[in-house]
Design a protein around this ligand. Structure first.
Ligand code: ADP
Length: 320
């Protein structure tokens, strides 16, 4: 629900009560003079000239908000259930495929081995997508939080690069990392940063044709002391400006046709945005069709002063 925006316009006497209800429901309320952002999803104009009318509108909005929240919960629950149900048989297929491939049930020919290998590869791809759906469903839980600690950014970039090593090699892509002195460490939830970088680097590789390059850069965020800016750049197919906002929405893909070449759930960037925003940072893209893409996000690199008191001695993060 956090991506919904409500635009209010109306009686001066009502906004406080309304704000209270809407904030409770997870909406962000804009002032009447404020321009609605381009990514506004739900726009409600409150034109309540009398207190009675205002009360009716508040009730209506309360009901709508509750319905939306229930639908959101039902959607997440459905996705969780379906993903779990799919994961179990798929894992069994991979396991039996590996048993066959390794010749544990008898000799197999080279061609049979290749067929089994590609079957295992496809199942792993499906499992990856199912994991992404599960992460998305969990990400939508109201209680999601972050466990920040200090860690070296480079370690996470390297582990994501290692995970993609065979794909990088197969596509003949050059991979470079340029982390400045001022972006060595970040103060963040390591698993979530690994997820964000995994998605951005994975996309950069996926959407860059053979022979291209992918580059990860980090430096102090301009005009934001205590923050770093990380960029994942590629020389790939690029994204038309009109789609820059759309791609951060759940299930959104630029090419949603059945014949599309690139596979995916369309959830990666919406999860990445959620994770970055949980840290108080922001994420955006600069790109043009055919001219590559540059995704940037900001992260804190120092512990906020008010976290000193309740920071556990062991640090909060687990390994990537
Ligand atoms: P998925 O990759 O699973 O489709 P994402 O949310 O990660 O979902 O990305 C959404 C869409 O944004 C992609 O389907 C693609 O159209 C576009 N996109 C993301 N990253 C890039 C990139 N580096 N280059 C070109 N297009 C991209």
């Amino acid at each position: 629900m956090d991506h919904h925006r409500l635009y209010l316009q109306g009686d001066d006497a009502t906004p406080e009560r309304l704000r209270e209800i809407l904030a409770r429901e997870g909406f962000r309320v804009l002032d009447a003079q404020e321009a609605a952002p381009a990514n506004a999803r739900i726009m409600v104009e409150l034109d309540a000239s009398t207190p009675r009318e205002a009360a009716r509108r508040i009730e209506e909005l309360e009901r709508t908000a509750l319905e939306l929240r229930n639908l959101d919960v039902a959607k997440s629950q459905f996705l969780t259930n379906v993903s779990h149900e799919l994961r179990t048989p798929l894992t069994a297929i991979v396991t039996y495929g590996e048993i066959l491939r390794d010749g544990l049930l008898g000799e197999i020919t080279e061609r049979q081995g290749e067929a089994i290998e590609s079957m295992i590869g496809s199942c792993r791809q499906l499992l990856g997508m199912i994991e992404e759906i599960l992460t998305y469903a969990r990400t939508n839980a109201p209680a999601i939080d972050i466990r920040p600690a200090e860690f070296p950014l480079e370690e996470v970039v390297e582990s994501v690069r290692d995970m993609n090593a065979s794909l990088l090699e197969r596509k003949g892509l050059r991979f470079a990392t340029e982390l400045g002195e001022d972006a060595v460490h970040v103060w963040a939830d390591r698993d979530k940063v690994a997820h964000v970088l995994g998605n951005l680097i994975g996309n950069a590789i996926k959407f860059t044709p053979e022979g291209g390059w992918v580059r990860v850069m980090g430096s102090a965020a301009a005009g934001q002391p205590g923050w770093v800016q990380v960029q994942v750049e590629d020389s790939g197919i690029g994204i038309d400006r009109e789609h820059h906002e759309l791609i951060f929405r759940e299930f959104a893909q630029v090419d949603a046709s059945r014949s599309r070449v690139h596979h995916g759930t369309g959830l990666g960037l919406s999860i990445a945005r959620r994770f970055v925003e949980l840290h108080g940072g922001r994420i955006w893209v600069e790109s043009d069709l055919g001219k590559g893409s540059r995704f940037s996000f900001t992260l804190p690199c120092t512990q906020p002063a008010d976290e000193d008191a309740d920071e556990p001695a062991s640090g909060g993060a687990s390994g990537a």
